[in-house]
Design a protein around this ligand. Sequence first.
Ligand code: NAD
Ligand code: 6OD
Length: 486
Amino acid sequence: MKEFKHFINGEYVSSANGKTFENRCPVDGSLIGQVHEAGRDEVDAAVRAARAALKGPWGKLSQAQRIELLNKVADRINERFDEFLEAECRDTGKPYKIASHIDIPRGAANFKAFSETLANHPTEGFRLDTPDGKGALNVGHRTPKGVVAVISPWNLPLLLMTWKVGPALACGNTVVVKPSEETPATTTLLGEVMNECGVPAGVFNVVHGFGPDSAGEFLTSHPQVDAITFTGETRTGEAIMKAAAVGLRNISLECGGKNPGIVFADCDLEKAVEGTMRSAFVNCGQVCLGTERVYVERPIYEAFLARMKEEVAKLKLGRPEDAETSFGPLVSHEHRDKVLSYYRLAVKEGATVEIGGGVPDMGAALNDGAWVEPTIWTGLADDARVIREEIFGPCCHIRPFDSEDEVVELANDTDYGLAAAIWTENSARAVRVAEQMEAGIVWVNSWFLRDLRTAFGGAKQSGIGREGGVHGLEFYTELKNICIKL
Ligand code: NAD
Ligand code: 6OD
């Protein structure tokens, strides 16, 4: 039985209020352990530790020394790869095959990539002509924002948490992380790694708990927090934005999506099927960038649908550690209830269930897990709730279209604006359509192909701000202009 404690000022601590909650494995519903739930006292202690660390040894390190430490953290995650992998897959149920290629390697890479970006980022400089002819030099100087609150979700727990912690620390900030209540394990383990690598106490802190009236709310409303970076649902983002308004704290929001995939008749059909399969079903469809609306040009619509159904039928449901498993359970029974409510709604709204639509029989050992079938629908109206609301499950709706203008309008007809995927061998068309997408990220003939130097974030209700590469510098640092009269 595991016990997940808070990590504050370099030490694992219990909650003074004695409150804990259960952490269960979604594969079979078994109990993993108990998680301590932070009260205001633990959150306050974590924020104070983070603030003190800004002025301690951490604040005195040069950029090169910080980068060296963060490289060590990345290496140590890789040395303890199997422990991170096991912990992540137990919490989420995701297949080892996927987490060992995506989640854990990116968890490590996030500590290297941003350090490199920072090390190579030029200082801004302008020479100003002045009436006396002597001029002035303007030099941009960046300082850390201070204490950054990191609120992360459960779908890619280590990847999405380190995607924020990596750049925050590279820029010299300190952090207090509140991981999702569903997935406390890898964030807790990272505390050990920080200590092993000699990261000073108070630089990386973790508090566990829920959102409202719990650790999430206590942290985001703490007056000593200077900036808040959040990944999660749009409605939660709204609540956090309200909390950030008090004291005008900086905020970065990476929220939900209802992303379109656009498949033109001139695509490479097999590439488009393979990419759309991944974008709809990898991680059991629990990826914010995933494709829940697929639009296919009419001449290849029937062929595309048939190939998708063949591939869905081949998905191998099973235990995370089995080498053949390509499809795991949803993260929790609570999330399964939500996804299944959309499965029922789709039928009520008139969908044809092309494949799936229910709960698979996994056998006695796994039937208490949070399993659902991968599902494809057709025939829904464009204003159906299933087409408009984010489901965050292994499902997509496939609809034919007849012209480029029509599909651009359909794709953009959403409150969200995170990502889009376009499948065509016509590069002029690809660029033309990509430029019209109301989304922060557009992939052409690919999906989730990540270059960490690029901007990441959403338009419309998918978020505010951009992280990644130099864009993270804007959020994680304060840019000061120093003007020197010559
Ligand atoms: P969620 O919004 O329910 O929870 C995210 C985190 O916020 C959790 O740690 C939760 O405890 C905390 N939280 C909840 N209410 C809070 C409050 N009032 N104050 C402070 N903290 C609070 O999201 P989730 O269910 O964990 O994740 C799924 C959602 O995340 C989906 O909508 C998905 O699209 C989105 N997501 C977006 C991105 C992106 O990069 N845009 C990436 C991954 C997931
Ligand atoms: O790859 C990333 O950096 C990233 N932020 C991915 C987000 C995935 C959403 O579920």
